[in-house]
Design a protein around this ligand. Structure first.
Ligand code: IVH
Length: 682
């Protein structure tokens, strides 16, 4: 192929990938599946590998640099980065509005009052200045002291919502945009879950995690941690472009150029409008995917900004209304133990009840013994309690200055389970203490039942924790299969249960008999088999029998299943009591449709074909490849037989490839398959 057409192919690929990123991250309306994106991306990588001379800085392959930095460079901001004045109560906003109005009147601005303000969530992250020259991202720097920051271009480039090149046209030759770098709640929770598993120190909150990530010299870490950005301003802008008349229109223009902006921003009028927006956001706060610590209001008409000017630290045309603190002090009365579904003992802090940002908190998690020791929390301490968004309240640590030596007690994990008196063991190399009682332990039984009926499992509404506990305590239900022999009469006999509610519960139980294999597997509560692994198992093995009879090697073929999980699964199905419960459930009439490949893409060459994947694929994960094939209408199976239509052979393919060749089954290389799939024509 002539070099020019390769260059053109690369340009097309880059455009398609950038467009997809924009659709995905900025517009929130994805145009292709992750698997399709990965395929295109891999095609780009391969082409660039063959023609390194064609690699440009705006290629998505260049988001993560090879070399970690030795140190951070200082960056002097072309336009200083200001801070904001704070408001804590509505009266502060009324004052702010009056000052703005007075100034505008003095300046003889004739506008009808109240004037418009752009209202935005105040993101709890770190301010950043990103500089584009001729549409290309050239530098990103932290706020620092407002006039000099640190160059973190290497980390900002890894953020997939940040365009390396602006989209569209008409942008100024120099454009500095400003916004907040933050970590979403979901990414933060995932990150901390992993830290806790590895017994590493977790981050205190998403803001610290974002700061810690931005401060890394090695961009690989930032690229793994998935930071986000929303814009809320600008710095230097060359005068070959004239700003719109309004702040919110300017931000909208940035969005058109491919830059991420906050979808929850709104224009409001006067102090009353500001208060309404505050109430709306306060109510929505816990459901927002990111942490906020308040609201920022900005005068919308840009011409008024120059009339209002700045104090030494902040603009007079903007103000931040902060939410009440989410960290408060209270007394740690006691530490109690909660026994989980798999017997893990979790220490829970019993607190003198305290109001944290509008919610009364009396219990908070202490995670595990390692955490208690690391934080040095003792019974009787005054402790800092934190509740952030939808995160479970937690004890941040003791207030050492308030500790009186005589009044504090150290805490030790019990050696016997407080619920069933079985021995407690500490797992080797882990922070976890576990009750060995298994299904003998009433606490474990109750948690297992609660898990079984939970939303992602059998989703039986009406069977709340309290009712489950009651049923277990009365010995009406021991194991999940017992739920299905409950009757309206047996339930109506319970405390505070009218016949009508009993009827509702029984109907819900009956309706839940129709489920999916994935939900069924998840509901069993096999240690470390979550919702996603359960789905993979169901898709891979198709039937319950196949899963139950799979050995460790067969299980390891499933994406997401490692040694420990495979062992847990094998052990689980080997236990006679688990078999009894499963048989009981099937006998009770639990059923599900057999998962089948959907024949959506009838005109694809793989529609209705039986395909086997073997060897290691270079461009796409096994699970994504499987999903992609299924999307194209194929049935993906594990072994080669006369019924197989195609074998897709990656690197180091072994016996399956030999067998395919001996049976005369068409073998495709990974690249041939990708080309045949027709997903690469942008
Ligand atoms: S405007 C000159 N808008 O809050 C005005 N700031 O307390 C500059 N922040 O340093 C800031 N969300 O890091 C603005 N929607 C928003 C914001 C926001 C978060 C942060 C920003 C700033 C700090 C000031």
């Amino acid at each position: 192929m002539p070099i020019e057409s390769i260059h053109n192919t690369l340009q097309d690929l880059k455009k398609t990938l950038a467009r997809h990123n924009y659709a995905y991250y900025v517009l929130d309306t994805p145009e292709m599946s992750d698997a399709q994106y990965d395929l295109l991306y891999q095609q780009l990588l391969q082409t660039e590998k063959a023609h390194p001379e064609l690699i440009t800085a705006d290629s998505p392959s260049q988001r993560v640099g090879d070399q970690p930095l030795g140190h951070f460079q200082s960056v002097k901001h072309a336009v200083p980065m200001f801070s904001l004045e704070n408001a804590f109560i509505q009266d502060d906003l009324v004052d702010f509005e009056r000052k703005v109005n007075d100034k505008l009147v003095a300046e003889k601005v004739t506008e009808e009052l109240p004037i418009a303000y752009a209202a935005e969530p105040k993101m709890d992250g770190l301010a950043i200045n990103i500089r584009y020259e001729s549409g290309k991202l050239v530098q990103a720097a932290t706020r620092g002291d407002g006039s000099v920051g640190e160059d973190v271009t290497h980390n900002i480039r890894t953020i997939r919502s940040v365009p390396l090149e602006l989209l569209g046209e008409g942008w100024p030759s120099v454009l500095e945009v400003r916004g907040e770098i933050f970590m979403s709640k979901a990414v933060f929770n995932q990150l901390n879950e992993i830290s806790l598993q590895k017994a590493e120190k977790p981050f205190a909150n998403p803001r610290n995690a974002a700061a810690g990530t931005l401060r890394q010299l090695d961009p690989k870490i930032a690229s793994q941690r998935q930071l986000s950005l929303y814009l809320y301003g600008w710095g230097e802008i060359s005068n070959d472009w004239s700003l719109p008349a309004l702040y919110h229109k300017t931000i909208e223009q940035f969005k058109v150029w491919g830059l991420p902006t906050n979808p929850d921003a709104k224009v409001v009028y006067g102090a009353k409008g500001m208060a309404d927006y505050y109430d709306q956001l306060q109510a929505k706060r816990k459901d927002l995917p990111y942490e906020i610590d308040g609201i920022v209001y900005k005068v919308d008409v840009l011409a008024y900004h120059s009339k209002l000017g700045f104090t030494t630290k902040a603009p007079r045309w903007a103000i931040a209304r902060k939410f009440p603190a989410e960290e408060v002090w209270t007394e740690l009365l006691d530490i109690e133990i909660q026994v989980g579904r798999t017997g893990a003992l979790t220490p829970v802090a019993r607190l003198r009840p305290v109001n944290v940002a509008g919610v009364m908190v009396a219990n908070a998690t202490l995670h595990n013994m390692d955490e208690i020791e690391r934080k040095d929390v003792r019974i009787g301490d005054t402790v800092i309690v934190r509740r952030a968004g939808d995160v479970i309240p937690e004890v941040v640590g003791p207030v050492l200055s308030k500790r009186e030596a005589s009044s504090v007690r150290l805490f030790n994990m019990p050696s016997r389970c407080p619920e069933c008196d079985s021995a407690v063991i500490k797992e080797h190399d882990k922070a976890v203490y576990r009750c060995t009682g298994g299904l003998f332990c009433p606490a474990q039984r109750k948690r297992a039942l609660q898990h079984f009926v939970s939303r992602k499992a059998f989703d039986i509404q009406g069977l709340g924790d309290k009712l489950i506990n009651q049923l277990a305590d009365l010995n009406m239900v021991h194991h999940p299969d017992d739920l299905f022999s409950l009757t309206i009469e047996s339930l109506s006999g319970l405390d505070r249960m009218a016949e009508k509610s009993a009827f509702k519960v029984i109907s819900a139980i009956q309706a839940a008999k129709e489920t999916t294999l994935a939900r069924f597997i998840y509901a069993l509560g096999i240690p470390e088999v979550g919702e996603v692994t359960a789905k993979h198992l169901a898709n891979h093995f198709i039937t319950l029998d196949n899963i139950q009879s799979a050995d460790k090697d067969a299980l390891l073929d499933v994406s997401d299943v490692g040694e420990i999980v495979a062992e847990n699964i094998v052990t689980f199905f080997q236990q006679p009591h688990n078999q009894e419960v499963i048989n009981g459930l099937i006998a009770a009439g639990i059923h599900w449709p057999t998962p089948q490949a959907q024949n959506r893409a009838i005109d694809s060459p793989f529609a209705g074909k039986v395909v086997v994947l073997t060897g290691s694929l270079m461009q796409i994960s096994r699970e994504d490849a499987k999903q992609l094939l299924e999307g194209l209408g194929a049935k993906v199976t594990g072994s080669v037989s006369a019924k197989t239509d195609y074998v897709i052979a990656g690197e180091k393919a072994g016996s399956k490839l030999t067998k395919a060749e001996s049976l005369g089954i068409p073998v495709l290389s990974e690249q041939e398959w990708i080309e045949m799939s027709g997903v690469t024509n942008g």
